[in-house]
Design a binder for this molecule. Sequence first.
Ligand SMILES: NC(=O)c1ccc[n+]([C@@H]2O[C@H](COP(=O)([O-])OP(=O)(O)OC[C@H]3O[C@@H](n4cnc5c(N)ncnc54)[C@H](OP(=O)(O)O)[C@@H]3O)[C@@H](O)[C@H]2O)c1
Length: 285
Amino acid sequence: MRVLLTGGTGYVGQAVQRALIHHGHDVTVLARHSHGLLPGVQFEKGDIRHVDLGALLADINVVVHLVGIIEEHPATGVTFDVMHYQVTKRLVDAMTQHGLGRLIHMSALGTRASARSHYHQSKWKAEEFVRHSNIESVILRPSLLFGGGAPFFMMVRNQCRLPVVPVPADGETLLQPVARADVAELIARLVTTEQYWGQTWEVGGTKRFTMNELYRHVAATQGRRHVPLLHVPLGILFPMARLGENLPGFPITVDQLMMLNEPNITDDTRWHQVVEEVTPLDRDF
Ligand SMILES: NC(=O)c1ccc[n+]([C@@H]2O[C@H](COP(=O)([O-])OP(=O)(O)OC[C@H]3O[C@@H](n4cnc5c(N)ncnc54)[C@H](OP(=O)(O)O)[C@@H]3O)[C@@H](O)[C@H]2O)c1
């Protein structure tokens, strides 16, 4: 199949490139910068907000849409609404115009109509547009991803080097991390399956961890068996994040804090119909 992969140079995208190539697909990546391209992958340099998508869709069979952001930069027009909803609408409209009907759309676990974070609200708006369009789609909502230097786990690893490790609230929020390689494999296999179009799947890993357990797990892999955790109340963290989010390099935004304080788990195992062997969380973060 000829696959257009938006956001194919990012953390998820590089693994998806690898899986698509492995399954013998022809891959064209759309991104603004060309780093992280695998041999044999065609590159289309462009900003998905402005590029002529119609021209890119010629000869394409399936679109895998990964472009997304975790932090807004309103001064440069990079908002959740633009980067999740408006860009997806632009893509779906272009696909509809070109009579191209198949889209694998990347959303995120926690996306729902009543979501609290702006990230999840914009993902919901994008999902709804995809679901009510005329194109066939599979929408994937993965939990937090791990493997190959996942940004979240790199942050936790760095924090675990501190003498005392700060953890938001009581650290009992449940997460269900899933391997980036498994999600990439799922996407590559879905490209050629026939029966799953029209579905929205939540994608979680084999095991649920509280934040405390995750921090302890990561610390243990660094040789710290008894890491002292400091539970920082949300009443302190939210004002800090509010003040800090306009400062370059501040580690967390209010929106991210909101997401880290709601369970990110799922009972949905439908994706195991396509990927039977699920990678457990071990030392490869
Ligand atoms: N990482 C996770 O744990 C996780 C969990 C659940 C869901 N997701 C979702 O998975 C998707 C990919 O996430 P990720 O972690 O791989 O993000 P990422 O590493 O930040 O990658 C984002 C990709 O989008 C491209 N991009 C950004 N702005 C663009 C623009 N204006 N025009 C064209 N391309 C643009 C980037 O390339 P350039 O900057 O070169 O343009 C890059 O290839 C997102 O939709 C995210 O919400 C991620």
